[in-house]
Design a protein around this ligand. Structure first.
Ligand SMILES: Cc1ncc(COP(=O)(O)O)c(C=O)c1O
Length: 438
């Protein structure tokens, strides 16, 4: 359908979308924030500001049949992003290869520049992937500094497919693979000591896999300290930042890690199927080209990824997702998620048989936190509790396994989560706790 034979309503809608600026969430106040384009927007007066967070909540259209506290799988798009995605998809389908073989290359580069700026990298340090899995598999498999007999180290809290990739290095590179358990309670001191010990006990270690925010428990690792500790021993770190950027407010240089895998469909709110890898300037040679890529020069980071035909619309929607993320405010967003986590944790932390798996130490948690009832460590135990919370209390959570001390249940709020949603969780946990205690 060309522009001229499009239904007037639809044409207007697309014109509107194409021209729509990022609108202020509500009228500017005295604490207004200047964006890059010079418009002024209101800022949250804090993580509890009801007017602001209500306006943010209205950016989303989600099923409210249940209080969905399982937003760790991925992050739903705001309506603005969803409509942009729809418009880009329509354009791709209409303009087809005329567009893909035409201006897509330049457009994709422009998106890469925007992303680099947002994450605090140069564009020469980042390349798009379909998600964190692809990014991290390419980094782990492509890391060419290992020789037979070296050691690589990872922990029980790392993501399953990254654990598989680390184990596979035994076959691929002839290395020893060491897995250790993160202690519980996972205080900052205990975590640092565990990494110190894992590295000291394995002096031939050359590569460490580290996860910024655990998808199992929500624990936030003190990445910069651990990476510095590793570097002091000549150990490179590959960081899994699938859950962190967007949930936490940081720039990639703050992490002090040379190799990082990100996704953009969890906490940045881009359409599903988008991520990127970061290789610090000067370290490209440590990662092989992806499957011998020859589309790009060996000195170009894009040669470290070879995805094939990409989802053009997903990539083209990223600027809108980044703009909404910036408008809500990365720090305000991170603070709000911490507030939501504290809200329910503070209300249940007196329950005698409930273990909260992130410590109440600033910096060691963000929005996600898991719990476990004492002694309830099996998959079946925790699945039963997830079911009870869903069916009796109207709250959706998810069981997570793979933690050395036993299965647990993850609570992942989103920006559309209300205190009332969390009250339901608190009621449910209190009821289960009472029953288990009798
Ligand atoms: C810690 C962690 N790493 C990696 C991934 C994989 O991310 P993606 O879905 O972007 O491939 C996930 C997804 O849940 C995750 O939680």
């Amino acid at each position: 359908m060309t522009d001229s034979n499009m239904l007037p309503q639809r044409r207007n809608a697309l014109r509107f979308l194409a021209s729509v600026p990022i609108l202020p969430l509500f009228a500017a106040t005295s604490t207004s924030l200047l964006t890059a384009c010079g418009d002024s927007f209101a800022m949250a007066s804090g993580p509890t500001d009801p007017v602001y967070w209500d306006a943010v909540r209205k950016l989303y259209a989600v099923n409210t049949q249940i209080s969905n506290l399982e937003n760790g799988y991925w992050g739903v798009m705001t309506e603005r992003v969803r409509l942009e995605f729809q418009a880009k998809n329509d354009m791709i389908n209409r303009d087809n290869t005329l567009y893909a073989r035409g201006s897509f290359g330049a457009d994709a580069e422009a998106v890469r520049v925007k992303l680099a700026e947002a994450v605090g990298a140069s564009k020469e340090e980042i390349a798009f992937t379909r998600g964190a899995t692809e990014a991290l598999q390419l980094l782990i498999a492509g890391y060419n500094q290992l020789k037979a007999g070296d050691t690589v180290v990872y922990s029980d809290l790392d993501y399953d497919s990254m654990q598989y990739a680390m184990e596979w290095l035994k076959e691929r590179r002839g290395v020893n693979v060491v897995k250790f358990a993160i202690p519980e309670p996972a205080t900052r001191a205990a975590v640092l000591q565990a990494y110190q010990k894992a590295l000291a006990d394995n002096p031939s270690t050359k590569l460490l896999l580290l996860t910024h925010i655990s998808h199992r428990t929500g624990l936030v690792m003190p990445v910069a300290e651990i990476a510095a500790m590793a570097r002091a021993r000549g150990v490179d770190t590959i960081l899994d930042a699938a859950h962190s950027w967007g949930q936490l407010d940081f720039k990639v240089a703050d992490l002090g890690v040379d190799f990082v895998g990100f996704n953009l469909h969890k906490w940045i709110g881009a359409p599903l199927g988008l991520g990127f890898l970061y290789i610090k300037q000067g370290r490209l040679a440590a990662i092989d080209r992806a499957y011998g890529d020859m589309d790009f020069a060996a000195t170009d980071v894009r040669s470290r990824v070879h995805t094939g035909t990409t989802n053009f619309a997903t990539l083209l929607t990223l600027p809108m997702a980044l703009a909404v993320h910036a408008e809500i405010g990365p720090k305000a967003k991170a603070d709000r998620l911490v507030y939501l986590r504290d809200y329910w944790v503070n209300r249940v932390s007196g329950l005698p048989n409930l273990e909260i798996l992130t410590p109440n130490e600033p910096g060691m948690y963000a929005g996600i936190t898991s719990f476990r009832f004492a002694g309830k460590v099996s998959s079946a135990d925790n699945t039963a509790i997830v079911t009870e919370l869903r069916d009796q209390h109207g709250v959706l959570t998810v069981r997570r396994g793979g933690v050395a001390k036993g299965h647990c249940i993850r609570v992942s709020p989103a920006l559309y989560t209300t205190e009332a949603d969390l009250d339901k969780l608190v009621l449910g946990l209190t009821a289960i706790s009472k029953r288990l205690a009798t």
